[in-house]
Design a protein around this ligand. Structure first.
Ligand code: FDA
Length: 300
């Protein structure tokens, strides 16, 4: 299956390392905002000018060295400073594995704490992205720890996990991003069919819209978006209780349309040299995105 093929490519550490050396290639520049903080701030300013906010992700995976995790932390702190300096409408998304979760739990927790603490001083929200199953519980544990001291932190619920229903109930007082789920997970822990995942996705969104704090509905699926539009209308849910989110470079016409219709809209803006794994997962989700690659090859 193409999905499995691209997921395997996304996890190939040799290819990840090689891609870092060559800058944005293969069409990745259409879905990655830049390789530097400066380029990324310029992309965010363009989004803000269209009434769209941003959540910024410093790309990076397979971090097994402390130096790399510390460098990632410094880069994210620099993004927080740049958001303040340029007064752009943006917050941060980060991955615990990039901050050392595969090295040592306490080390990752302290790195995250430093970022959340720094961002709390200017009220910048930090979203803990959710990765594969092995990172899931430790990431929730980190959230539990940090939320004892800070309220500018939230996370993601992945609808393909059987446990998602329990998690959303437990974390209903948090700002949550709800997604279908991007990794390949075994049948012991996750729904496998699109129908099951989509049904659970809708159920979780409705639950959090009705019972929870702020909801970020992160999807490119127009059926889900149309369903949510009708649901909030039927239940008189005010637009300041939720937002739609999409990835940078995807369905940009729909992004503008939703913002123009008056919905809060936030674009996930990935940047950095470590773009390869992210790009391959996007191809896995939607092999039609290969168009980006093909176009690039023929328009050089
Ligand atoms: P899906 O891929 O199921 O597509 C449904 C339908 O929508 C398609 O059949 C097609 O009709 C239409 N469609 C989709 N993409 C289209 C396109 N580009 N152009 C035209 N039509 C299109 N995952 C995770 O595990 N952890 C995380 O922290 C995050 N974070 C995150 C943030 C944001 C902002 C987004 C948008 C997504 C994530 N994800 C994620 C990824 C998420 O779990 C999921 O893998 C992808 O969003 C793909 O699922 P969709 O809901 O977008 O639709």
């Amino acid at each position: 299956m193409l999905r499995d093929f691209f997921i395997a490519l996304s996890e190939n550490q040799t290819l990840n390392a090689a891609a870092k050396r060559y800058g944005l290639k293969m069409g990745a520049q259409h879905v990655v905002a830049g390789t530097t903080v400066e380029e990324t701030i310029e992309s965010i300013k363009k989004l803000n000018a269209m009434g769209i906010s941003a959540t910024v992700d410093n790309l990076g995976e397979f971090v097994f060295e402390r130096e790399e995790a510390l460098a990632a932390k410094e880069q994210i702190l620099a993004v927080v400073d740049a958001i303040n300096e340029h007064q752009v409408d943006a917050h941060i998304s980060l991955k615990p594995s990039q901050l050392g979760l595969d090295i040592d739990y306490d080390f990752a927790l302290e790195n995250l704490r430093e970022i959340v603490d720094h961002a709390s001083k200017t009220d910048i929200f930090i979203n803990i992205d959710m990765e594969s199953n092995k990172h899931l519980q430790p990431s929730f544990d980190i959230l539990d720890e940090l939320s004892k001291d800070y309220d500018n932190v939230g996370t993601v619920i992945q609808a393909y996990f059987f446990r998602a229903e329990e998690d959303i109930e437990k974390y209903k007082n948090f700002r949550l991003r709800i997604v279908k789920g991007a990794y390949k997970e075994p049948a012991e822990v996750a729904y496998q069919t699109k129908e099951e995942i989509d049904a659970n996705y809708i159920q979780l969104i409705e639950y959090h819209l009705m019972n929870g704090k702020f909801t970020s509905i992160a999807t490119h699926d127009h059926n889900v978006i149309n369903h949510v539009k009708q649901f909030v209308k039927d239940h008189n849910i005010s637009t300041d209780k939720f937002e739609f989110q999409m990835l940078y470079g995807f369905r940009t016409d729909m992004q503008k349309e939703l913002a123009n219709e008056g919905y809060n809209f936030c674009v996930y803006v990935p940047f950095g040299q470590d773009w390869y794994g992210y790009f391959m997962r996007r191809l896995a989700e939607r092999p039609q995105n290969m168009n980006l690659v093909v176009k690039q090859v023929f328009t050089k």
